[in-house]
Design a protein around this ligand. Sequence first.
Ligand code: KIV
Ligand code: ZN
Length: 388
Amino acid sequence: MQDKVWIFDTTLRDGEQALKASLTEDDKLQLAHAISRLNVDVMEVGFPVSSPADFRAVQRIANEVQGPIICGLARAVSKDIEACGEALKGAQRARIHTFIATSPLHLEHKLRMTLAEATDMAVQAISQARQYTNDVEFSCEDAGRTPHDDLCYVVERAIAAGASTINLPDTVGYVTPDEYAAMIRYLKVHVSNIDQARLSVHCHNDLGLAVANSIAAVQAGARQIECTINGIGERAGNCSLEEVAMIMKMRQDHLQVHSDIRSEEIYRASRQVAKICNMPVQPNKAIVGENAFAHSSGIHQDGVLKAQNTYEIMSPESVGVPNNQLNMTSRSGRHVIEHRLSELGYQGGDYDMDSLYASFLELADQKGTVYDYDLEAIIYFNQITDKD
Ligand code: KIV
Ligand code: ZN
């Protein structure tokens, strides 16, 4: 039996942090429903102490959205935990996620405290959070730049205090996949009570490694991935949900793990996030970009028409994209043009392929992409000139 990897979506918390304009309560609720349709395990929906509007949004989602565990973020301080606990009261299943930085850099310059003092605060926050829920997650902020033995010290005490999920964020997107995997393995060997908690990863994308690092961590034994739809988030963003979900689905044979994400819901959720957050998706973005299932090379188009998996490792339908797209360009061969014309209702006898193809190439050289209406215009024009 393959292990399940939990998907912890933080689009409405870490993702929202990066937006130029904050989302309204209604926007957040609408997105929370879309995220819940994906069947994520946990949905982090805000930072209740940060503002009254955020508190209300978390409260409303906790009351109205069923399915996933609803989670709120709290620093390891009493008023944060209290606000979070209160905001989540209506949830069927609530999680409090508390965190404190553990790296020497953050301890010295940001918190101005020792590791032992930060750990004491973490322990206190976890105990307080346990008064609201049994489901408490603790994060060592900037774990990626924290010495492994320091991490072991904090994590062991956090678990003893009652944290059932331990998250190890690469807050600044600094580490490489092999380093991330080594960190997870080290903790698994050196933390005596590690089996009492689920290990989680939370990767930022500053060096473009967020997805690779998350997968490396899973291969080393992490069983929760924190991610956002379209990879939105602080700076260069977070690990992208659609990418890790499809990696685990498409490469289950190799990774020997699975998630419970309903992949057919991915595209719809991605579109909603892009629209509501006013953050367009780059065309070449894996899985959900406009070009993710578009073929331009004539050789590829011909291959896909003969057998889809020649150039498509997953079907567009599997992620909720209605169909693939064969772009009509000067690289397109006759086969694909005939195919497109037959989809548009034309038969072989309706046009002369040699003259149509010559006109097609001329037009494609001028304007790049030739659209259906261009093809139809060529046929019409050639028919008229033939008669002359
Ligand atoms: O990147 C980070 O470290 C975070 C924590 C609050 C989990 O977002
Ligand atoms: Zn983060």
